[in-house]
Design a binder for this molecule. Structure first.
Ligand code: NAD
Length: 370
């Protein structure tokens, strides 16, 4: 079972290959791309402990030698300090522009290592081997790379497209249920933003997918990646349509800032809550029916996911405070907050025209329910 989605960007197109047990075949996919049979792999300690030897064997099968280094797991790794460590190590490995760097891990590793590849020797090629559901359906595709700053998430980075993405759906089996469901937040986002039939499918197949159904996982990753690829091909550098992928993210980034980017709230959990809030806001503005936010929340709840502000443990700032935290978001244009709202499930659009009071109202009511 192999699916391939092509990201057809002029001069820098690439395939996203999706299916189980791809690590074992990594050498066959990479060999034709290599000038010399050696690659530099950067992973995190969790992923390395579970899967690095399988990747090593997969590469060795076609005679590719692998040098590997591991980073501490977690969002805090997307930092200047770890970027420095990565670049130093890659230079020590004498990685040249014709070589391949491999990002082997979740979105944290993919974003950081992609950025290191973007700036090393003014840009070396890299391959994404995403291992979390979030990374397979979202962060490994589209070329956004970067690190976090004290002022906010992802504020330092570059567009740098990978040369290949290998999404081995079998490795999803070792994710904790919480990390799996956080990634599922991004999967639901695709249905909500642009494909109502996909959302219908998720309502039916979501439980089987979470329980480990391999075919359902491949199909969910394929449809998500196809939708992301289509949007990235229309708007690689987010001048327009690509912002649709940020459905739920204006709320999410404020909640992540409020919870200190800690494991109180994982990114994908924030996206799920953010999508529910975006639909609530859309309904209050009369853009979609009152039933739509209820349907979104019902599906998230049925999957056992965080859905409401009340599902976030510990203190949160008040509504004004949360709104203030949206100010650093990259989705602010000329000081105006941009939101992704919806006219219904599967029909999202970008707008800068959202009354501040409506946002405050949604936040106040959500906080009052805590
Ligand atoms: P992550 O990389 O921290 O991975 C989550 C956890 O799962 C980590 O502890 C990791 O070690 C572990 N893990 C990963 N794969 C595993 C596996 N197969 N088995 C067991 N454990 C595994 O986080 P994430 O959720 O993958 O990604 C979140 C990051 O992605 C955020 O920094 C976010 O900003 C970024 N992101 C980037 C984009 C983009 O377009 N570049 C899009 C969405 C999100």
């Amino acid at each position: 079972m192999r699916e391939t989605v092509n990201v057809n960007l002029p001069g820098r197109g690439y395939d996203v290959v999706i299916g189980p047990d791809l690590l074992a075949e990594a050498g066959a996919y990479l060999s034709p791309m290599l000038a010399r049979k050696k690659v530099a792999v950067i992973s995190d300690a969790n992923v390395a402990a579970l899967h690095l030897e399988t990747l090593r064997a997969g590469l060795a099968a076609t005679g590719i030698e692998m040098a590997a280094m591991t980073l501490p797991p977690g969002e805090a790794t997307k930092s200047w300090e770890q970027l420095n460590i990565c670049c130093d190590w890659l230079l020590d490995q004498k990685v040249e522009r014709r070589d391949l760097v491999i990002a082997f891990g979740g979105g944290v590793v993919g974003d950081l290592v992609g950025f290191a590849a973007a700036i090393l020797r003014r840009g070396v090629r890299f391959v994404q081997i995403p291992t979390s559901l979030l990374a397979q359906v979202d962060s490994s595709v589209g070329g956004k790379t970067g690190i976090n700053a004290a002022q906010g998430k992802n504020l330092i980075g570059a567009f740098h497209q990978p040369s290949l993405v290998l999404a081995d759906t079998a490795v999803l089996g070792t994710l904790t249920p919480r990390d799996f469901l956080a990634g599922y937040g991004e999967v639901v986002k695709y249905g909500l933003l642009g494909d109502a039939t996909f959302f219908d499918w998720l309502e039916r197949q979501g439980p089987a997918l979470a329980a480990g159904d391999g075919a359902a996982r491949v199909e969910a990753v394929r449809r998500s990646v196809q939708m992301k690829a289509d949007i990235v091909m229309r708007d690689e550098t987010e001048q327009g349509d690509r912002a649709l992928l940020n459905l739920g993210h204006t709320f999410c980034h404020s909640l992540e800032a409020a919870t200190g980017y800690s494991d109180r709230l994982l990114h994908g959990e924030g996206v799920a809550i953010g999508c529910a809030l975006a639909f609530e806001l859309s309904a209050r503005l009369g853009l979609c029916s009152q039933e739509d936010p209820s349907r979104v929340r019902a599906h998230l709840k049925a999957m056992g996911m965080k859905t409401d502000l009340s599902d976030i443990a510990g203190d949160l700032p008040d509504a004004e405070g949360l709104l203030g935290l949206m100010g650093q978001d990259k989705k602010v244009v000329d000081g105006q907050l941009r939101f992704i709202l919806a006219r219904g499930i599967g029909t999202a659009f970008v707008t800068g025209d959202v009354p501040r009071d409506a946002v405050l109202g949604v936040l106040r009511d959500g906080l009052a329910a805590r």
